[in-house]
Design a protein around this ligand. Structure first.
Ligand code: BGC
Length: 695
């Protein structure tokens, strides 16, 4: 029996900022018509200027196109996925991995629109995000920037993000194309990957983003099957622009251009930030010498200009004002940031229903751990957050952004506890000091694992001896609750300790981190976050690990993440898609019909508990043996909010996209005939109902 708690219904608290006006996005055909007329009047110098970068490190944007004769403006390109990098009066949003954990397309799109608004009003034409690299090796330094281990979830999150950003007239950049899944030796290693795996795992989110009108793609640092990603004909020309029909442009990652004609003829359209020596006058020479055709140069320029027109940037585009604090673009985005952070928090365990905190029953709590408080030198203690100090709300590197302020968990818990007449003991900065835990009704211990660009993690252990701190606290208090800030899976050697009653994964939630967590701890928001990755029992259980080898064969092929665990029968600690609620949901009445290669499913979901809550209903598909797919793959999900005691019917549609596999020989997507099984689950390992159907 759940405790009777006076909860504000989860829906009430997800108060969002006012919906934004959206621009009218032109069709590609119309935009290309306009671009062709303009480009027809350009000189070769104008054309070369538009595809070449300039001004890196000179206080402008992180990427700038060169000046033309006046026929086309210089474009400003700026990082990154969590906010406008190096800017003043801007917000820091939840990281990609946190956002994905909401499994909520509306919230993800709202974040995209907020980001788009901030980029636009700071004068940025091209936002360098989202990052959509698949979480393959859990130690990889940039996993926090992306949307996790599953291509379908990634595809949905990418689509919603691109729609949101571009709804504000800002060009979104999906990165990094492709096979870029670790930092170690990132400029030299070669990802050895077969074509089917590429299509079904790594390119899947790009395909979805292209359907949503994606404007730009960034090619990556690594090699793909022995060729630099930015000059790989197979992935760029043949696949991205050919088969996938991408009509926007491909820019290099910063300093990832290794050639002039080789890259350009393979499909690279822009060099960033412009210091490679391979574009600019070298490109002009290459055209003059016939190494690059004039038609190809025109195509490169048209792609950029068409995207600019598609998003209506020719009209009233604000001037660049990154460092100008008076241009404050934050609006009321903090509401959305807080709501997303709360909706993303994953409740991993909750023994004896210790959470939510019940005022009256709980009189005193302790808050322990450096991760609960502020950094000594403020929330922006180090450049690009390349250090771990105080509570960890964002990762480090180019994907980071500057906090306008940071609500720490200690501050937020104290503020909330005051209203509920709960006494809070906050431990001092000595991270090993567990003494404050003694005597409290609940001891909260905050721990973290830092991740950043350019470095992979050497292990999945918590930083700053977090495991030891947790054990010390658990020795002093048998109602210990652990909160983890990390950008992906961590080791949890203490998980079976009976004094540890609850564990929450909060990801990197951005500037409102403390409030988001307090909303969940105090039950104002009923947790509905679900893991966008698998957490293994042992670090050696995952499908891949970071390596310093020069060739990295993706031998697990389609079996990334949970698929690997299922294919090899390895029991994870917490499976992909997993997360608890303060209520319970019951599934019934699964009906599946299949007609003309379209599958429809409906299922009833009932909230059988005492409080309102939201469930993430997940659809997994098992293919016929002849398809040689993993045991099952995610092919749908819906977030539904259901009042206590009520039920609702949830519908799913699976079409050619969800039902097909990639046939490398035919170079096409194909539906394999045979018996399929559609599963409805509350996680990848918690399948509640299954029905077979034939295609
Ligand atoms: C990163 C990109 C980023 C670029 C510009 C590179 O190091 O890989 O993701 O957009 O820098 O800052």
């Amino acid at each position: 029996m759940k405790p009777i708690v006076l909860l504000t219904p989860a829906i009430a608290l997800l108060q969002l900022s006012a919906a934004k006006e959206t621009i009218h996005e032109r069709s590609w055909d119309e935009a290309y018509g306009m671009a062709q007329s303009l480009v027809a009047n350009m000189t070769i110098n104008d054309k070369v200027a538009i595809v070449s970068g300039v001004g890196f490190g000179l206080g402008h944007c992180i990427g700038n196109t060169r000046k033309t004769s006046g026929i086309f403006p210089q474009l400003c390109l700026q990082d990154g996925p969590v906010g406008v990098r190096d800017a003043k009066s801007t917000s820091v949003f939840p990281a990609g991995i946190t956002t994905a954990a909401t499994w909520d397309r509306d919230l993800i799109q709202t974040r995209g629109a907020d980001l788009g608004y901030e980029f636009r009003h700071k004068g940025v034409h091209v936002a360098l995000g989202p990052s959509i690299d698949i979480l393959r090796a859990p130690q990889a330094g940039r996993n926090w920037e992306g949307f996790g281990e599953d291509p379908y979830l990634n595809g949905e999150a990418t689509t919603a993000t691109v729609r949101g950003i571009q709804s504000q007239g800002v060009i979104a950049t999906a990165k990094h194309f492709t096979g870029y899944n670790q930092e170690t030796n990132r400029n030299t290693y070669s990802t050895e990957v077969d074509d089917r795996t590429l299509h079904e795992v790594y390119l899947w989110p790009y395909a979805r983003a292209i359907e949503a009108g994606l404007g730009a793609v960034m090619c990556s640092y690594n090699n793909i099957n022995g060729t630099h990603a930015c000059q790989d004909e197979h992935t760029l020309n043949t696949t991205l622009k050919g088969e996938m029909g991408f009509r926007g442009w491909v820019m290099s990652d910063w300093f990832a251009t290794h050639s002039t004609a080789d890259g350009v003829n393979a499909g690279q359209d822009m060099d960033m930030p412009g210091r490679s020596g391979h574009f600019g006058s070298s490109l002009k020479r290459a055209v003059k010498k016939g190494k690059v055709t004039p038609e190809r140069l025109t195509d490169m320029v048209e792609r950029i200009v068409a995207t600019y027109y598609k998003l209506g940037q020719e009209k009233d585009y604000p001037a660049v004002s990154l460092g100008d604090a008076d241009v404050d673009v934050q609006e009321n985005h903090k509401k959305d940031i807080r709501a997303i952070g709360a909706a993303a928090t994953v409740l991993l365990s909750n023994k004896d229903d210790i959470l939510p905190i019940v005022p009256g029953k709980i009189k005193q709590v302790a808050v322990i751990g450096e991760d609960a408080g502020g950094a000594i030198f403020g929330p922006n203690a180090c450049i690009l957050h390349s250090c771990n100090s105080g509570t960890l709300a964002v990762g480090g590197g180019s994907g980071s952004a500057t906090f306008p302020y940071l609500v720490t968990p200690a501050d937020a818990i104290q503020a909330r506890a005051k209203n509920a007449s709960i006494d809070v003991k906050v431990a001092d900065s000595n991270i090993f000091s567990a003494s404050k835990a003694e005597g409290a009704d609940i001891a909260f211990v905050f721990v973290n694992a830092f991740a950043q660009e350019s470095f992979d993690r050497s292990s999945l252990d918590l930083d700053k001896n977090g495991n030891k701190l947790i054990e010390n606290v658990a020795k002093k208090n048998n109602n210990t609750v652990v909160v983890i800030h990390s950008g992906g899976p961590v080791n949890m050697p203490w998980i079976d300790n009976p004094s540890i009653k609850a564990v929450l994964w909060a990801g990197y939630p951005g500037q409102e981190t403390g409030n988001s967590i307090a909303d969940v701890l105090f039950g104002d928001v009923n947790p509905s976050g679900r893991l966008p990755f698998t957490i293994a029992k042992h670090e050696t259980d995952y499908c891949a690990k970071v390596t310093s080898d020069s060739k990295i064969p993706y031998t697990e092929k389609l079996n990334v993440g949970y698929r690997w665990f299922e294919a090899l029968n390895i029991k994870p600690l917490f499976p992909f898609g997993y997360g608890l609620s303060y209520t319970d949901f019951k599934y019934s009445h699964l009906e599946v019909t299949s007609k003309n290669k379209q599958v429809q499913a409906s299922v009833r979901v009932e909230n059988t508990g005492e409080v309102d809550g939201a469930e993430i209903v997940q659809v997994y598909l098992s293919f016929p043996d002849a398809a040689h797919e993993p045991p099952k793959v995610l092919r749908g999900f819906e977030k539904v909010t259901i009042k206590a005691g009520k039920s609702t019917s949830v519908q799913f549609k699976l079409g050619k996209t969800e039902l097909s596999i990639w046939e490398p020989k035919a170079r096409d997507w194909k539906i394999v005939s045979g018996m399929y099984k559609l599963h409805i689950g509350a996680s990848s390992a918690d399948i509640r109902l299954s029905v077979e159907f034939e295609l």
